[in-house]
Write a protein that binds this ligand. Structure first.
Ligand code: DX5
Ligand code: ZN
Length: 229
């Protein structure tokens, strides 16, 4: 997709250029997933973030396409699937066919990352790249023409509830400079109401949060604190 179209699309989904909040269901109560989704939706969530872990790329196993398929029936919010898996090219089609709107893959993973992104786009979802904290922004250069969003992680992938690595924040300005105004920049890992202002000032536009939302007694207040004024 050319840059103009990408910019138009990002305006459509983000008309006021507001900060987008993507609750990660990793910290939701799975005994009542439907209630949890409805609650964050009512509280103002913009997207639903789905953390997919395979026990190989990261030392944790979470969920797969059938959870995405269930979520797709529970909400109309965009489903943002963050694939922390090896060989994503073997699985991306199943996620898109289950209802994923966005699919992020890691360049540090084994496999055909370019092919995975190509499949996501071909099937009509939006391709994104996710970088671990130690991976330089320049690792995205080779993928820049294929992606609509860059996720710069601020914890090592694998678990929710970790502390934000503030030393990663300068990477947003670097990414903005390298990839231009149309690239959506997402942050994931340890974002809370306390550090959200710093995160937004650094240039993150799309904020993923698991603990700060699902472990809070008031989802609407938590989302408001992340989004800012
Ligand atoms: C970590 C995941 C994150 C995680 C965020 O590997 O990618 O999305 O759920 O959790 P918090 O917000 O608790 O750091
Ligand atoms: Zn994530």
């Amino acid at each position: 997709m050319d840059c103009t179209k990408r910019l138009e699309e990002s305006k459509i989904q983000n008309p006021k250029s507001k900060i987008l909040i993507a609750p990660s269901i990793l910290s939701a109560d799975f005994t009542k997933l439907k209630d949890e989704i409805q609650a964050v939706e009512a509280a103002g969530a913009d997207w639903i973030h789905v953390d997919v872990m395979d026990g190989h790329f990261v030392p944790n196993i979470t969920m797969g396409p059938f959870i995405v398929e269930a979520l797709n029936r529970l909400t109309n919010l965009p489903l943002d699937c963050h694939l922390m898996i090896q060989n994503p090219e073997k699985y991306v089609d199943r996620f898109v066919k289950s209802g994923a709107d966005w699919v992020s893959v890691h360049p540090e993973a084994e496999g055909d990352i370019h092919g995975a992104l190509e499949t996501v786009a071909k099937l009509g979802a939006k391709p994104a790249l996710a970088l671990k904290p130690a991976t330089p922004v320049s690792a995205a250069n080779a993928f820049a023409q294929q992606i609509q969003m860059l996720l710069v992680m601020t914890v090592n992938p694998g678990f929710s509830g970790q502390k934000i690595m503030l030393e990663c924040l300068p990477k947003y300005a670097e990414a903005r400079k390298a990839f231009g105004p149309e690239m959506l920049l997402q942050i994931d890992g340890g974002v809370t109401g306390e550090n959200a202002a710093q995160v937004r000032a650094a240039g993150a536009q799309n904020i993923v949060a698991a603990t700060a939302i699902f472990k809070s007694p008031d989802y609407a207040a938590a989302i408001k604190a992340l989004r800012g004024a």
